[in-house]
Design a protein around this ligand. Sequence first.
Ligand SMILES: Cc1cc2nc3c(=O)[nH]c(=O)nc-3n(C[C@H](O)[C@H](O)[C@H](O)COP(=O)(O)OP(=O)(O)OC[C@H]3O[C@@H](n4cnc5c(N)ncnc54)[C@H](O)[C@@H]3O)c2cc1C
Length: 441
Amino acid sequence: MLFGVVIKSWIAENHKSNRKIGKVKPMGRKFDVIIVGAGAAGMMAGISAARHGASVLILEHMESAGKKILATGNGKCNFTNEKQGTLYYRGKNPAFVLPVFQQFDLEDTLELFQKLGIEPRSKRDGYYYPASGQASAIREVLLMECRYQKIRIAYNVGIRSIHKVENEFIFDTKQGEFQSSTCIIATGGKTAKKTGSDGSGIPYIEGFGHKIIDIVPALVALQGKQSFLPEIAGIRAENRVEIYIENEKIAEETGELQLTEYGVSGIPVFQISRYASYALQEEKEVYVLLDFLPWQTEAETEKMLEERFVTYGNKKSAYEAMIGLFPDKLIKVLLTQSGIVLDLSAKNCSKEKIKELVKTVRHLRVDITGTKGFESAQVTAGGVDTEEINATTMESKLVSGLYFAGEVVDIDGMCGGYNLQWAWSSGWIAGAYAGEGSKQI
Ligand SMILES: Cc1cc2nc3c(=O)[nH]c(=O)nc-3n(C[C@H](O)[C@H](O)[C@H](O)COP(=O)(O)OP(=O)(O)OC[C@H]3O[C@@H](n4cnc5c(N)ncnc54)[C@H](O)[C@@H]3O)c2cc1C
């Protein structure tokens, strides 16, 4: 902790004093730091390295920077969250994020963005958005700061290879060769390919001898097997979703469930989806249990249904006894799945049948056959093995001067601004140490 605080103040001090440090003028195609990928993490790393006195070039294979930022938070960019902690991160070692956050945390992020012009607005569950409600504002302020810091961004760059020769990184690209003292790889994951993250950074990383933990889509909708799914498509309901792998409960989440033609979606499904992705890859049996009355105990549900069917069910059918509790499409499926005929007289519904209905309402099973894939996922789970990265500096333990930032690392956050927070924090730290490190070479 103390070490973290010391490092943090060292960085903060440098952060302030760096405005005075003169930039090392790039000698032609040679830079102190070259970053691969101009996404959230890459631009943040560039700003940090430049503020630490380094000359910076970012190599981007798309025609513009930060394309994915524009898609975040439904175009509004949920750029961080007031609740923080390892609890919100996944990967082989979620605690890997700690030393990074001890040096650059939520407060630092909000302060930095505020100084860049973003007025943060906290919404439900601590989600932060720019007050303008526009994701484009986040991208714009980052690009403005890149310009102000004289960071160069080479677009449509087409990297052929990256090598380290003695103390220098050599980048062979369609636009010729570039050299740098340190290199940061911030190429993201494999989600939303049209924004530029297509997994093409992985061969460079493997070329340096790094291990990649299997990558799978996360924060993604799940496909289900049951034939009743199209009948209830379009329903949104407060729900507790539990995921079981090989009959063992792995996780549960509560929130707004979305039922679709193909399966289940919505935030609670996204939050548990990474477990389904990995299990399906290993051909394990995966199912979810949907609880449509998560705020009640099962005894309360049973009492309520008995009242609806027996006490107040005079002259009503089983279907009519459920009206006002669930949407009509859902009533039909819940009754059918419980073996209750819709027009059965409610009063004639046996205790056993009501118990069966309680079970269905509280534990409707959907067998999971797949995910909606990288194209509809919000994040990639897996990436560079954190065992091979120094958690304090984000530097490779295998190749000195090589750093990583953002989603390319085997860390994936939960829904709620955690993936961007990881991109900002790991980007800042990688940039700070790579910037400092480049001056010692
Ligand atoms: C639809 C959607 C909504 C999301 N909403 C949120 C949200 O509200 N809040 C949140 O916290 N997170 C959200 N995320 C996740 C978040 O956007 C990412 O985790 C984050 O952008 C990762 O940043 P990054 O810089 O590591 O990677 P990326 O943003 O993917 O950037 C990687 C960059 O590297 C470039 N690149 C890749 N390969 C190469 C190569 N070979 N050569 C050169 N350049 C290369 C890419 O073109 C890209 O510019 C969302 C994601 C999606 C898809």
